[in-house]
Design a protein around this ligand. Structure first.
Ligand code: ATP
Ligand code: MG
Length: 477
């Protein structure tokens, strides 16, 4: 693999004006690994003002000395190329941002401020590699440039970057570097939630996601980032489980990764039992975790909101966690049951919910887990999805009810509608005008409170009761 012509041209233009210039950082690392870089970075001793003069199609808007050049390339990773002036970071008093940046004179000084040896190699006609990054690339090691303890003390985000690179590159963390993360883990609290989120996303998208979470745990970072997950370490389950809560969560995540499930399902797999430590009752083979799905959904919502994930993402993962206990045995799932699942999570989330159950099942390490049976469930839900599950699909409308009963618009209409809907969910054959009109007249005799109870009782409470009974009998989970 070679330096692309757009990058070569930038280096050449800078050199023609008597500046030094190199490709540097992640792109050099990736070229040496024979992998297509995400983006290309150039470093130079020219100052931002001087760079701007050489490249009219560029902009400079941050204080870190980076000028962005727009190329005409059609390749996504070459459309924008960043040129950064050699620099030294001065004193980080908040473990987060350098207080000041000072331009450096030599490429070696610039490489020395970079995080890991493998990210501190510059390339032009030859490689400049003062920290033996190539050797660590061969050994597949993440090692800080210079003293690990000092480097993490300067910038705590680097600890998370070390783990992220270990995951995305499938490397190990060199021993001193690892120990320094353990020692400094507490200072991750100084880092903004957004930056933590971005690293976490990269870890979960990688093929080594569960190893990454485990590295967070072993280094002590997890208890500052997701303490709720750390709580499951060593908390045993019951006779249905071989693994403790934490290990089962990692294994479920690992299944989600192996099956290439999307990011929402990966997070849901990791978090689906996060309510268990809180809800555990009793010890030993008969301990129970009633309502851990509901509690888990609350925790999931809290964790992802805290980490500034977009609301839509948070809601979706929480919804999956909340519903992960749905009846999924094709012999026991009735059509009415399938319709209720559909109503609770929506058509668009059904296949993700099934995928979550696959991760959960296979993550239990039971030899007899048969995920293909879940596809039958998916089929059943698909089949009933054509039946009415929303008030709009009822064969009788609010207006009809008003006319029939000769009453004004008001909450009673909605309440009657809900009771009718709950009955139709139970049995779609009841969705005829004739039946619904008859029922409407009967329901008119009840007061509002009773009607609401009837609807809720049917749609929700009954379901929960049923689920709990089933949990007790089969899952105890
Ligand atoms: P990716 O492939 O994910 O883009 P990258 O190595 O290019 O990985 P970037 O975050 O794009 O990572 O950073 C570019 C380079 O800047 C890194 O290779 C590293 O040399 C340096 N760098 C980035 N963040 C830091 C940091 N927090 N401390 C020290 N050096 C850093
Ligand atoms: Mg990069």
């Amino acid at each position: 693999m070679e330096i692309p012509k757009q990058v070569e041209k930038i280096i050449k233009d800078l050199k023609e004006k008597n500046y030094q210039a190199y490709a540097v950082g992640g792109c050099v690392r990736d070229v040496l690994r024979n992998v297509e870089p995400n983006d290309w970075d150039v470093t130079t001793n020219a100052k931002p003002e001087q760079i701007k003069k050489i490249f009219p199609k560029s902009f400079y808007e941050n204080k870190f000395g980076t000028v962005t050049i727009l190329t005409n390339s059609k390749e996504n990773n070459l459309k924008e190329i960043e040129i950064t002036t050699y620099r030294i970071d001065e004193k980080y008093s908040d473990k987060r941002h350098p207080d000041n940046i000072k331009f450096a004179k030599t490429i070696e000084e610039d490489l020395a401020r970079r995080d890991f040896t493998i990210n501190a190699i510059a390339l032009d006609d030859k490689l400049i590699d003062p920290f033996n990054g190539q050797k660590d690339l061969e050994k597949k090691l993440i090692r800080t440039v210079g003293n690990a303890n000092n480097r993490f003390n300067e910038d705590a985000l680097r600890m998370l970057r070390a783990i992220r690179f270990a995951c995305t590159l499938d490397f190990s963390i060199e021993e001193k570097t690892f120990k320094a993360i353990q020692k400094n883990s507490e200072s991750i609290q100084a880092i903004s939630k957004e930056r933590i989120r971005d690293e976490l996303i990269k870890i979960l998208k990688s093929n080594k996601a569960s190893e990454g979470i485990n590295l967070l745990q072993e280094t002590g970072l997890l208890k500052y980032i997701i303490p709720e997950l750390d709580q499951g370490v060593g908390v045993s389950q019951n006779k249905h489980h071989i693994f403790d809560i934490y290990e089962h969560s990692l294994r479920s995540l690992n299944v989600a990764v192996e099956k290439e499930f999307n990011l929402e399902v990966r997070f849901a797999s990791l978090f689906h039992d996060i309510g268990k430590p809180e809800t555990k009752q009793g010890e030993g083979p008969d301990s129970t975790f009633y309502n851990h799905d509901y509690v888990g959904a609350k925790f999931t919502f809290k964790i992802l909101s805290r980490l500034k994930f977009p609301k839509k993402f948070v809601d979706k993962v929480a919804l999956l966690v909340k519903n992960h206990m749905f009846v999924s045995d094709p012999e026991r799932l009735t059509e009415a049951g399938a319709r209720r699942i559909l109503k609770r999570v929506g058509q668009e989330n059904i296949s993700d919910l099934i995928n979550l159950r696959i991760s959960d099942r296979l993550g239990m390490g039971r030899p007899k887990a048969r995920p293909y049976r879940l596809r039958k469930v998916e089929y059943l839900i698909e089949k009933v999805s054509k039946d009415p599950i929303s008030v709009k699909m009822l064969k009788i409308k609010g207006n009809d009810i008003m006319q029939l009963l000769n009453i004004e618009p008001g909450p009673k209409i909605g309440a009657i509608n809900d009771v009718l809907l709950s009955e139709v969910i139970e049995d779609p054959k009841k969705n005829t005008k004739q039946y619904l009109e008859k029922r409407t007249k009967e329901l008119n005799k009840e007061n509002l409170e009773k009607l609401r109870k009837l609807a809720k009782g049917k749609i929700q409470e009954k379901k929960e009761e049923e689920d709990l009974k089933i949990k007790e009998k089969y899952w105890v989970k």
